[in-house]
Design a protein around this ligand. Sequence first.
Ligand code: PDD
Length: 288
Amino acid sequence: MTSTVYLNGEWLPADQAAVSVFDRGFLFGDAVYEVIIAYNRQLFRLEQHLARLTRSLSETGIQNPFGIHEWRFLIERLIELNEGDNQSVYLQVSRGVSQPRRHNYPLNLTPTVFLSSNPLLLKSQRSSQIKACSAVTLEDIRWSRGDIKSTSLLGSVLLKKQVFESGADEGILIRDGWVAEGTASNVFLVKESKIITPKISDWILTGVTRDFIFELCFRYGLVIEERDVSLPELVDADEIWLTSTTAEIRPVTELNACPVGTGNIGPLWKKMAAYYDRHKAELFSCGS
Ligand code: PDD
């Protein structure tokens, strides 16, 4: 069955939704987006995603077409109209349509708003059963405003191809010798029972899952440090994790074809994944 999408005020079968070829999202990647998860048809961390969307729109000067309540209404309706108890919602706002094509843009454009949803094929209902993965380090060739969740993702697409060709599952991006983030995730490492993650900068996205890990650390009394992390420190880590909305927390047990720590899933990851599951079980009656 075809899914239902929202496009500029209309609910449509996905295969009937179309935008103008002069849409600036299509021509320039002049658009921002969010990916939001629903467990058991209930949204996880919606306020945080909408706060980041608001920031991305404001940083790019794209008009925010809706207030928080309207956004919530639209996203909840999208979930009702689509299949799957667990869904991954994609939301994109482009600057709108302007013709002829020119880099500079008129100020009075009407943004193009697109929402779609896919059933989320969770590898497991439980974070603690997520499988380990391998990663390679790659030079971060993306632009310097990774803090904006922009659809201009050519850098990430090319990097992901390199990851695929290397035979690894994920890429960890290094800028000037410092760890930035994954190709579509944030990075955490563990050294001597301390959890460490690169501090927020223009290079990286403030992950909603990253913030959630901080909250879990505070709630359960785990030590977490936010600071610059060098490549040698990453290589020497006892554990490495990647976090994102759809992957939750993924343990990396192999980096550049060498074992991370013992080469097995680490004790702190197991602890954190169990806390994650407990929280999901409390909120959504799932994950336990
Ligand atoms: N990506 N960094 C980058 C570059 C990302 O693309 C993402 C998420 C994250 C993690 O953010 P969050 O925890 O809020 O999902 C960090 C989404 C899932 C995507 O592009 O599909």
